[in-house]
Design a protein. Structure first.
Length: 151
């Protein structure tokens, strides 16, 4: 199997069976990010255990293309249980991956996104969830307090 076919399979698997896809997260922070160019709309909900600095729980909802949904599924799977700082480090690595740089460490399923770097219009789709995570962890833009927007 060609590497690109394998990557395609991994992306489709996350799209069809998204991990941590849920409207409900009891506690935590919600961030909404949109990609108007493609019509992607994403809500990422993150519960950081403030005492330990770990991502205790994370889920996402919304709708969009296969790349944006698969990317959100991958991110929730990759960072759940990690320290906040480690999660931010991974999000920076994904940005570099999207600039076409080879990953310096094994990123698991996330590496399947590297083919997207060849299609600039889709890069924003792939990065939507990663930007949302960064904003959720650093109190950046996209925070929403409105319950109807996030639940
Ligand atoms: Zn998209």
């Amino acid at each position: 199997m060609e590497l690109e076919d394998l990557y395609q399979e991994i992306i489709l698997d996350h799209y069809r069976s998204p991990r941590n896809h849920s409207d409900v997260l009891d506690r935590g922070k919600c961030v909404k990010h949109e990609n108007p160019l493609c019509g992607d709309e994403l809500y990422l909900k993150v519960d950081v255990d403030e005492a330990g600095g770990k991502i205790a729980n994370i889920c996402f909802s919304g709708h969009g293309c296969s790349i944006s949904q698969a990317s959100a599924s991958m991110i929730t799977e990759a960072v759940k249980g990690l320290d906040k700082d480690k999660a931010l480090e991974i999000s920076e690595k994904v940005r570099r991956l999207m600039r076409g740089e080879a990953p310096a460490e094994n990123l698991g399923d996330i590496e399947a996104l590297q083919g997207v770097s060849k299609f600039p219009v889709r890069v924003k789709c792939a990065l939507l969830a990663w930007m949302a995570l960064r904003d959720a962890l650093t109190n950046g833009k996209g925070q929403t307090e409105k319950k109807d927007e996030c639940n």
